[in-house]
Structure formats: structure tokens, C-alpha cells
Design a protein around this ligand. Structure first.
Ligand code: ZN
Length: 354
């Protein structure tokens, strides 16, 4: 499998700049050539990601760059640096798009000899296809067949315990999609199965960074209500955990963004939470009141951390230092989305071509 079809021609086709004649040739070729179909899928996938959620993608660049295992691609180091140099020259909006393309190419390189693709790499690949003739479903299928993925069924129960109605399923769908998007491990599609009160997920790996995706997905199906609360420090149990006490100060609905942060302490996992104006005022008032006392930060019923308030926080920016056992990727994905209102449970997960 080493097709010599011109990638430049495919690029032009993707960007809607190919002649009618060339478009026909490319379109026909894509029907029969798996190799070029994978290449084209990666372009379409990137286009779709940029098109749907460009703001979201801005923050994943650092995440992706951190996750790329440089040693694994040692043999391709020259290409890696070529890409990272290209990325670092681009604006902050284009960076994540290019990082994604880089990932697609690394993925593609891992399954065959595609070094010729690199030669044809041009910055304007981040343009969105004017009319990509592949559906998201086709793109995901192609990527799964080349690089693996999963299918999963999630059972959704309404907050009252009865079977979920359409609104319950749509709410769960939008939350799960948002969490998966932020996690940026997969390109995915989530469909509602109303008769069975289920969500069906199909996902292709774009950045699989662990071997236990079932656990990752399970972690993503928690309600995920993040609350900042007053705590009673005298009521700590034997593990030093504090029960909630006093009023809730802020929650997910008050969060504008949650990004990875660096507080200068090596190895410390930190997330920078930005509150909206209204919550910022509430938080300033609370931190003034709780100065030199602890503030409890809970995920659902679990206390994440209870830092001592060192100073009044007036700008609505909170650096959350996570405990060692916490997974910052999952926590960030969860707190960047609304809480799940329904109970969501994985009833089936299958891995394909892994
Ligand atoms: Zn081909």
C-alpha cells in the first residue's frame, strides 16, 4: 500500500479549489483507495473540528503537544520539528488546528509509509472544506478502520428514576459530547436511541493516551457538579476529609473557562478556573469572609481539595491545585461542561481494530 496519487490534488479538492475535472478524478480515486481515503478523512476531520468548536480547540494545543511522545517518534524527529516549528510560527487560533493536523499525520505515519504526505503539507490545510462530501459517520468509520476506536452504549435514566425522555437524552448527549471534545482523545459521534433510553457512541482514536478507556468513559459519566463551599474544618473525618457545611458559593454554571495552568511547582496538577462577573463578586466576598480559613471544593459529593484562602480573590481567577490521584484531563472536561442531570451508565463498550 503505497499510492502515488497527488496529495496536492486531494488538498485542492478538500479546499474547494480543484477544477471540475480534477474533482471528478479525486472523487473517483477516493472511492477505491483506502490510503488516500485515510488522508482525506484526516483533512475533513480537522476541518470539522475547527468548524464546530474553534474556541474549544484553542486550549487543547498545549494538551496535545504535551501528550505527543517525542521518543516514540524519534525516527521521525526531523518531521516532528518541522511541524512544531510550523505550528509555533502560527497565530494562537491556527496553532491548535495545525497541532491536530500534526496528530493526524503522526497517526497516519504510524500505519504506513506516508513520508510523501509530509512533503505536501501546507499551512492552508486548516481551511475548512467548503463542501466535504464525507459525512462525520464516514470519516469516523474510515479512521476506525485505519487506526482503531470504540463503540459504546450508555443507558440514561431520568432524574426521577424513570426511563429517559427526549429532553433527558438530549441533555445527556450534549454534556457527553462536550466532555469528549474537551478530552480530545477521539473524533466521535453520539446518537440518541429514544426507544431504548440509550446514547450510542462511535469514536475513532485521534489521541489515545491511556489503555483503560472504559474507565475514562466511566469517569466522564459522573454528574460532575463542581461546587465551592464553606467547610467546617473541625468536622474532618479520619482521612482528613471535610463534610460540606455552609452555603454553596459557586458552581459549574458560573465557570467561563477551565484551562491547564502552570503555577511554577513541578509535577503539580493545576487548573485555572475563570468565573463570570457575577460569580467573581460572590467569590470575592466569600474569600474575604473565609480569609485564612479553608474553602471546600467538591465534585458531586466528593471533596477534591480544601485549600486555605491566602488572600481575597477579586478577579474571578482561581488556580485549582489538584490532589495527586486526580486526573486533570477528566476534571477539566467535566467542569467545563454542565452537570449531567440524568444517571448515565455504560452498558456496553467494544473496541475495534485496537
Ligand atoms: Zn490513493
Amino acid at each position: 500500500m503505497n499510492c502515488n496519487f497527488s496529495h496536492e490534488e486531494i488538498d485542492n479538492y478538500f479546499e474547494g479549489e480543484a477544477s471540475v475535472e480534477s474533482s471528478k478524478v479525486v472523487s473517483e480515486h477516493l472511492k477505491t483507495c483506502e490510503e488516500c481515503k485515510v488522508y482525506y478523512s484526516s483533512l475533513v476531520m480537522t476541518g470539522k473540528l475547527i468548524d464546530t468548536d474553534i474556541k474549544l480547540q484553542e486550549s487543547i494545543f498545549k494538551n496535545i503537544e504535551n501528550r505527543i511522545d517525542r521518543h516514540k517518534y524519534r525516527g521521525k524527529r526531523r518531521l516532528y520539528y518541522k511541524f512544531t516549528n510550523l505550528i509555533s510560527r502560527k497565530s494562537s487560533i491556527l496553532k491548535p488546528a495545525l497541532a491536530l493536523i500534526l496528530l493526524c499525520f503522526i497517526t497516519i505515519m504510524a500505519i504506513g509509509n506516508y513520508s510523501n504526505i509530509i512533503g505536501s503539507m501546507k499551512p492552508d490545510h486548516n481551511k475548512v472544506a467548503s463542501n466535504p462530501d464525507m459525512s462525520t459517520e464516514d470519516v469516523i468509520k474510515t479512521l476506525i478502520s485505519s487506526n482503531g476506536g470504540f463503540t459504546s452504549k450508555l443507558l440514561v435514566q431520568s432524574p426521577t428514576g424513570s426511563s429517559a425522555n427526549k429532553e433527558d437524552l438530549e441533555q445527556a448527549k450534549s454534556v457527553i459530547i462536550k466532555r469528549l471534545n474537551i478530552l480530545s482523545m477521539t473524533q466521535h459521534e453520539v446518537n440518541v436511541d429514544l426507544p431504548n433510553s440509550c446514547l450510542n457512541i462511535t469514536g475513532a482514536w485521534i489521541n489515545k493516551n491511556n489503555n483503560d478507556f472504559k474507565k475514562t468513559l466511566t469517569d466522564l459519566t459522573v454528574p460532575g457538579k463542581l461546587t465551592f463551599q464553606e467547610t467546617d474544618t473541625k468536622a474532618a473525618d479520619v482521612n482528613g476529609k471535610y463534610p460540606r457545611a455552609g452555603e454553596i458559593i459557586c458552581d459549574n454554571n458560573d465557570i467561563v473557562s477551565a484551562d491547564y495552568a502552570d503555577n511554577g511547582v513541578p509535577g503539580q496538577k493545576t487548573i485555572n478556573i475563570k468565573f463570570n462577573a457575577q460569580a467573581s463578586a460572590k467569590f470575592a466576598e466569600a474569600t474575604k469572609k473565609l480569609l485564612h480559613k479553608q474553602i471546600g471544593i467538591f465534585m458531586d459529593d466528593n471533596l477534591l481539595v480544601a485549600p486555605v484562602v491566602q488572600e481575597e480573590i477579586t478577579d474571578g481567577n482561581v488556580i485549582l491545585s489538584l490532589p495527586d490521584e486526580a486526573n486533570p484531563d477528566i476534571i477539566r472536561a467535566i467542569i467545563s461542561s454542565k452537570p449531567l442531570l440524568s444517571k448515565v451508565e455504560i452498558t456496553d463498550i467494544k473496541f475495534v481494530n485496537n
